[in-house]
Structures are given as structure tokens and as C-alpha cells.
Design a protein around this ligand. Sequence first.
Ligand code: FRU
Length: 512
Amino acid sequence: MQKIRIIKSVIFASLILLFSNCNDDDISSNSNAELVTIGDNDYRPVVHFSPDEKWMNDPNGMVYYDGEYHLFFQHNPNASVWGPMHWGHAISTDLVNWQQLPIALYPDDLGNIFSGSIVVDANNTSGFKTGNESPLVAIFTHQNPDTNGQTQSLAYSNDKGRSWTKYTDNPVLVNSNEVDFRDPKVFWHETTQKWVMVIAAGDEILFYSSSNLKDWEYKHRFGEGVGAHGGVWECPDLFKIEDENGQETWALLVSINPGGPNGGSGTQYFLGDFDGETFTSSQDETLWLDYGTDNYAGVTWSNEPSNRNLFIGWMSNWVYAQNVPTYSYRSSMTFPRTLHWKNINGQNIIASELPTELIYAVGGKIAEVADASSNFALIDNETLKEGKFYLETTLDFNTINKAKIEWGNISSSVVMEYNKVTGEFLLDRSNSGYNFNNLNGNIMSCQYVLPDSNKLKISMLVDKSSMEIFLNDGERVITTLIFPLAPFNNLEITANEEIPFVEQIKIHKLSK
Ligand code: FRU
């Protein structure tokens, strides 16, 4: 079996090389290129979760319980493309090292198991408790494969998520008016002492409440005339979020596909008020959580022990997810992030930061410059070549207008550029190796106005086939997949002037 897989990979690899060589003069003329074996392991991330094998999409049912972060996920255990959905399962104590457990939920007579959430029912409101542990209750969508009808159902575990029993009276919520009616996210609302469910319906979000997780009452609908509507709304999440002074507001995340900010799948959000039944927002523009093309269907952990809004997303895009050049498995998750409410230049936004657990992912330092210099270059570097590192740099735009960061080899690279005059940050992966579909020419961009300091701090986590780029503590984020055909061994930071602007830079290896 293993052998067949290896042979398959080699055949695929040869075909890809053949085609890319036909299409891309740069690669074929690159005498220095050490071509990597284009096998799954060259692209498999080391500090991000990816399934042992076969297909994965949305993160589901993330819950913390008794020292363990649980991550369930949309999973087809039979193929590396989307198919009948199950809930795969993994756990971690540090958000970096994940252990995959047996499949938690299998399709049944009511259908396949689409996305949903899990809560800790500490007061046993559901009556599902049998032993000493609090029941974990999963609220998920059953999808009928014949009609595509979607209803909401329950399953519970009394042994810390190790085994799951479906509720005998499933489904618990049916809505015949909506074709797309899925991805329930449930949380306990303190003030009303009720469970609240937010759920996607077409291109709107519906709100329900319940006292026992079994009987749900419709309350409210949100979405008409606000935000982006270029596709179906999916995987909502609603939570309280704090600013740095401890002031609180509510955030509603809504994934949308297609219609994302740089094509295909993306996640927008709304800031506003929630009274337990009704969500209101006076926001008049569309705000995006991530401007890269590869962060979708993300939601936050339930029962997070430090009350953080701890988020994880699926690091892919429905436009090409099933065609990326990994074959024994497909897709990984983003690195977990903490979400924060911030006011920048008079605008309320959600900033995403890497969590403190990043320390478990990061190892020894390979480069450090502490004084301003007019450019930075690390050429033919072994760590860069391995395709996994963490970089932090601060660029001073007081005397320059434009700076460029390029990570690549002699023939192909990923290019990032910030232009202070136009306020545009862009990432170009069009010549980064394996050819993607042509979403916006494979260029991602976002508008970002620098703070008064004119400084841009860039934090970048690179893990084999992904780059997660955070501007000024996550005021903008760009997450992107890349599949180099030969190792990227050079990194250069340059500007439009020969003036000191690289204030500091640190590059670390990853710990694994
Ligand atoms: C989002 C999504 C969800 C659905 C699941 C099916 O990526 O389409 O709306 O529940 O994937 O796998």
C-alpha cells in the first residue's frame, strides 16, 4: 500500500515537473535548482495540524476540556478529496503537537456529518451526563446526501471526547425554508442563562436559543444588506471580544464562499451588540479577518481556559483545495491565533496574533540584526532551504516609500511588497513553484495605513507549504499556501532607497 502510494507520488511528481518545465522557462533554465522530490512530506507542515492521511476541510467542535485542546475536523477517510463527511479528531496540550484519535462521528441514516461545534455542558442541562465527567455535547449538521437537506443534530461524550453517542431523537432542529442551513456554533449566554446557536442560512445568519440544547427557539436573522454577499455564508461564530483596556464588544465571524477579499473563500466579520437574542451592528464596511486566500471556515475554541478568543481556520480555499500537490493527505489548519478588538485610525477591527504557545513551535535563532541597515540578505541558507522558519522584522518607512521581501531561489520566489504612498501590501505567489489556479493572478493585496510611527512590524510563520504574515501585531493578516518546486534558500529585504530602514530582524528555526 505504502509502496503504491510512493510510486503514485513519483508519477505525479514527474508529471508536474514535466508540465511546469513546459510552462515555465525559469525553472527549466535554472541550472542551480536542486529539485525536491515532490512528495507529500516535502509539503507537510511540522507545527501545523494536518491529518495523517486523506481529506480534511473545516475545523469543527473545538473545545478545551481537562487539559486538552480538542480539534475535530471535516474528514473523508476514504479519499484525498471531499466526500461523505465524518468528524476526524485530534488533541493537543500545547497547540503545536497534535495526536490524531479515532474518527469521532460517522455518517448515519440521517446523513453525512457536516460542520458544527461542541460545548461543555457543565450543569448537565441536556441530561446526557452518566458519570463523573461533564458531558461534551456536539451540535452538528446532518446532510442528506440524496436531497442535500440539512438539519441539526446532537451527539455526546461522557469520557473526555473519546467515545461519542448520537442522540436518539435527532435531528433537534429542522428548517424547511432554507436550502443551506448549517454549521451551528453554540455557546452559553451568561445574562440570559441560555444556550445560543448561530447558524448559516443561505447568505444570512440565524439566531436560536435553548435551555437544554435539545429544544431550540428561533430568535433573529442578521445579514440582509450588510457585509459581502458574493457567495453562500458558512461557519459563523459569535463571541465577546476585548480591547486592550478590557472594554468589551461582540464579534460575529462569517465565512463566505466565493466572494473572499482576494478570490474564492474568505472570512468576514461584524462588530456589534448582542443581548442574547438579537445581534445589531452599525458597521458600514466589509471587514476581513485575513486577506490571504488560505484561511477559511475558522471559528474559536469553546471553554478556553484563559478566556482567550482562540481561533483556528482551514488553511485552503475551495477554488483549488482538492488539487493541491499533496496526495496521501490534503490540507492543514492555520496556526491557532488569538483575536483582539482594536481601534486603529478611528476604525474598529479584529487583529489576529500568534498565541504564546508559539514558543513551542520556535527553536534556535539563525539570524539577527539589531541596528538599522539599508538592506538584508541571507543567501543559500540551510534553514531557509528547509522551508520552515519564523521571522520577525521591523521596517522603518520614515525615509523610504517602498520595501520588498523576497523568499526564493535563483528562479522562483514569493514576493511581498509594502508601498507607503498607496498604502498597499501585496503578496505575489505567481512565480512560487507549483502552479495554482489563477485567482487574481495569484496576487493578494490589502490596504493598510501605517501608524504615526511609520513602522511596519512583520511577523511571518513559514511551515513548508504555508506562510502566515502578520502586519503590526495582526492588524492585517495574509495567509497563503505555496508549493515550491525547488527549495527556497534566499531571503532578501530591499527598499527603493539605499537608506537604513531594516530596524531589526530575527529569524528562528522551527522547533521540529
Ligand atoms: C465550509 C463547508 C460547511 C459545511 C462543510 C462541509 O467549508 O461548506 O458549510 O458544513 O464545509 O464539508
